[in-house]
Design a binder for this molecule. Structure first.
Ligand code: PLP
Length: 389
């Protein structure tokens, strides 16, 4: 049975470009910090990948520290938030402004900071739209950091962060702006400059690179003014901002996947958008209720409700038919609690518990969607009948 993989927000299969890069560098075993020829060969791989990833963020020649490799998006988020909060550059400022639907790798860090005395303001994102007025009102002279996600991993809502980041900077140029762009990277058109974020988190395995590699874009002014301190301390790799010997294979593949994804961005976006529109139309025709954001959306996520069937039950039914979907974000699907993102969206616990997410990649096809819709409808009929008996 062929797999139909519709869970690309959880993780993605390797692209050909990433696989080729892995093979090419498999025998380059040097430590990029070593000064001998094997070290230099590894350093060249690292420099190339850094340029490739930075370029996909619109940065052509990254300065030292401007793009640091991490182990994942989670580490990039932790580094950005804890690194700026604990830099204590402004002793009077302890307010952090975020949203009420962040990924746990941001939300759990916020909880930790609250325990440590920081004030965290969570801006509502009801209906998938960031409350701009509430965000503007939360920006005051005590604001240290504004940390907001670009694309919500469960609903696909694309939050309009640019005016908020710009206003935060206008009111106080020393306010730090961070964007968790893990779900938005190569799914939305943006650059580090257009976004106006000092810090941007991205992750390799969401863009067809292997798991175990991520990156954090860091505005050079932040480094110069020492408004960020390292989170992982040790040998001083990654310009001192992230110690630990680099994951060379993962990084090389990340670079190649980012370069390939950026080169094909327009084609990929139009393919995913068309497929998303098609999926939405098919789901509507079959009578499913869609959890559609009321504002801008990323082109790869569709979230919808099942008729009185727990999403996990349907997930297992589909999986047995070779179709992979999600009943929440992969990380939180282990947690037996109502998805905070879907609650923030405005769903009741019952609606959230019957909600299913599919997430597309540029490699999915309309035929796969047809099979998915047909299997889903069959599953809904069977499972509802079983419930009645
Ligand atoms: N941020 C968002 C919005 C995500 O969707 C994810 C993963 O699902 C992460 C951060 C964490 O990324 P990683 O799995 O690379 O740690």
């Amino acid at each position: 049975m062929n797999t139909i993989y519709l869970d690309n927000s959880a993780t993605t299969p390797l692209s050909d470009a990433a696989r080729r890069a892995l093979q090419e560098v498999a025998d380059i075993y040097g430590n990029p910090s070593s000064l001998h020829r094997e070290g230099l060969a590894a350093e060249a791989v690292l420099t190339r990948a850094r340029k490739q990833v930075a370029s996909a963020l619109g940065v052509s020649n990254p300065a030292p520290g401007q793009l640091i490799f991490t182990a994942c998006g989670t580490e990039a988020n932790n580094t950005a938030i804890l690194g700026t909060a604990y830099a204590k550059a402004r002793r009077d400022a302890n307010r952090i402004v975020t949203t009420d639907s962040e990924h746990p790798s941001v939300e759990q860090v916020m909880k930790r900071l609250e325990q440590d005395g920081f004030e965290v303001i969570r801006i509502p994102t009801r209906g998938g739209v960031l409350d701009r007025e509430a965000a503007m009102a939360a920006l005051n002279e005590k604001t240290l950091l504004v940390s907001m996600m670009l694309v919500n991993n469960e609903t696909g809502a694309r939050y309009e962060l640019e005016p908020i980041f710009a206003e935060a900077k206008r009111r106080n140029p020393t306010v730090i702006t961070h964007c968790d762009a893990v779900q938005g990277f190569l799914k939305c058109r943006f650059t580090a400059r257009s976004l106006g974020a000092d810090l941007i988190s991205i992750s390799g395995h969401k863009i067809h690179a292997p798991k175990g590699v991520g990156a954090l874009y860091v505005d050079p002014a932040l480094i110069r003014s020492k408004r960020i301190v390292p989170y992982l301390i040790g040998g001083g790799q990654e310009s001192g901002l992230r110690s630990g010997t680099e994951n060379m294979l993962g990084i090389a593949a990340f670079g190649a996947a980012a370069e390939d994804g950026a080169a094909q961005l327009e084609r990929h976006l139009s393919h995913m958008s068309a497929l998303r529109d098609y999926t939405i139309a098919c789901l509507r025709e079959k009578g499913f209720v869609l959890n559609l954001p009321q504002g801008p959306c990323a082109p790869h996520i569709v979230n919808f409700q099942l008729p009185a069937i727990k999403s996990e039950t349907m997930l297992h039914f589909l999986s047995a038919q070779g179709i992979c979907v999600s009943s929440g974000s992969a990380c939180s699907s282990h947690a037996k609690q109502t998805s905070p993102s879907l609650s923030a969206f405005g769903l009741t616990a019952a609606q959230a518990d019957t909600s299913l997410r599919i997430s597309l990649s540029p490699y999915n096809t309309a035929e796969e969607i047809d099979t998915f819709i047909e299997t889903l409808s069959r599953g809904a009929g069977t499972l509802v009948r079983m419930r009645r008996h």
